[in-house]
Design a protein around this ligand. Sequence first.
Ligand code: SF4
Ligand code: SF4
Length: 170
Amino acid sequence: MGTARTISRRALLFGRDGGERARLPQVLRPPWALGGVAFVDACTGCVACVDACPEQVLVLRKGKAVFDPERGECTFCHACVDACAPGALRDGDGIPPWRLRALVDDACLGARGVVCASCRDACPQSAILVPPAARGGARIDADACSGCGACVAVCPTHAIRLHVPEETAA
Ligand code: SF4
Ligand code: SF4
């Protein structure tokens, strides 16, 4: 079958796997994007979604729309979907916007004994647990995380990335 590495349920739930997967490059598509090749085929690079996004978190890379959480968070306002005439972004009614979840790696200051709660304070879902007195790194509750990306740019050590947990990856 495949060569993909299996992540433990604990790593999945708490968004930690030693940082290995966090360093793997992953193209993040806009919310409600068609899956994989279907999106690439449908996206014409017209930038309608980029222009429509009030958070300015969408950009065009290699001629296709990409979500860049380093620019801020997605508020799931649906404006990009409404603007996408080619239909590369699906109707969001009842469909989850994506399966992205935050992942914290070992660059987290808390894991190095330094007090920091920037990500926790930025999270609209209250999905981040920061142990008191820097007794460990930030942990993500993957069930609560929406993958909005609000925690990504605020991290002073760039310890947080978004990824699709392997257990649910297509
Ligand atoms: S849902 Fe709204 S905030 Fe999120 S990428 Fe689309 S336009 Fe931007
Ligand atoms: S991606 Fe959004 S919901 Fe998930 S932990 Fe970060 S701020 Fe919270």
